[in-house]
Write a protein that binds this ligand. Structure first.
Ligand SMILES: [Fe+2]
Length: 269
């Protein structure tokens, strides 16, 4: 039976997640974090198992954000694996010098020996976001698709399209309730998780992810009703106070994205 390993590569104040599936005919790596992640964190998992870079036959990127693809060129040089990404992420990969061999679709099965994976398209964080479900262990690697209440660095769940994000969370919740997902492994420590949830926490975490969007929405709507001139600044500081994972996000530039989106949404409603 194949093995699923969640790798947490140390990065800035936290870590960038990767997933390594080890089967009887080679391994599949999901996300590559950064160049040094390949030569340190990945190597640290391969060597004790008598595996080498050449055993990595396929690399799947959960989406084309830098902290999930920047190790692609390093593993390409060492192992020449095939690459796979959702079509919406293809252009970014091509620009980085990687030509994906597989363009992933919702529901697609990926098999290598006894590794048996299902691709679940979960847009919202980004249009190309996918999750990878290991059908053997019922472990779901989410990349950045599931945000909980966000990281300590950003303070909020981070997405580009809240409507699609909610649909994706409900889709995953449905699969979890069917018993298809027993463990979730994340791309970063999205609170209230520190990186992985299992058992009953799986549905709780997905419900928390849904609730976060509703909380931001409701607050934006209420504040806008009282103050039609509400600024992003004012909304952001109130969102941080009531629902933020911290009052002082380390990455303020990204912590503006979610308040901006919710202010626009509230104005349209
Ligand atoms: Fe991302």
């Amino acid at each position: 039976m194949s093995e699923a390993i969640h790798i947490k590569h140390p990065w800035r104040e936290f870590w960038a997640g990767m997933m390594l599936f080890i089967g009887n005919q080679g391994t599949i790596l999901v996300d590559t974090a950064f160049e040094d992640a390949i030569t340190t964190s990945l190597k640290d998992e391969l060597v004790p198992r008598n595996l080498s870079y050449k055993d990595v036959k396929l690399v799947i990127n959960t989406h084309a954000h830098g902290d999930h693809i920047e190790g692609n060129n390093a593993i390409d040089a060492l192992a020449k694996p095939a690459f796979a990404i959702h079509p919406e992420g293809q252009q970014v990969l091509l620009k980085s010098g990687i030509a994906p061999k597989l363009l992933l679709q919702d529901g697609q099965r990926i098999k290598l020996g006894d590794i048996d994976l299902e691709i679940i398209h979960t847009p919202g964080h980004s249009p190309d976001s996918i999750c990878v479900l290991d059908l053997n262990s019922k472990t779901l690697f989410t990349g950045d698709s599931v945000q909980g209440r966000g990281t300590l660095n950003i303070g909020f769940a981070l997405y580009s399209n809240p409507k699609l994000y909610l649909e994706s969370m409900k889709k995953l919740l449905g699969r979890a309730r069917l018993g298809d997902i027993e463990t979730i492994c994340l791309g970063h420590p999205e609170l209230p998780s520190n990186g992985a949830v299992t058992g009953e926490q799986v549905t709780e975490f997905l419900e928390t992810s849904i609730q976060a969007v509703h909380d931001y929405d409701n607050l934006a709507r209420t504040l806008l009703k009282d103050n039609p001139d509400l600024t992003i600044d004012e909304l952001r500081s109130e969102m941080l106070k009531r629902f933020g994972t911290t009052l002082t996000p380390n990455w303020p530039e990204l912590s503006w994205q979610t308040p901006r989106i919710h202010l626009e949404r509230a104005k349209k409603q």
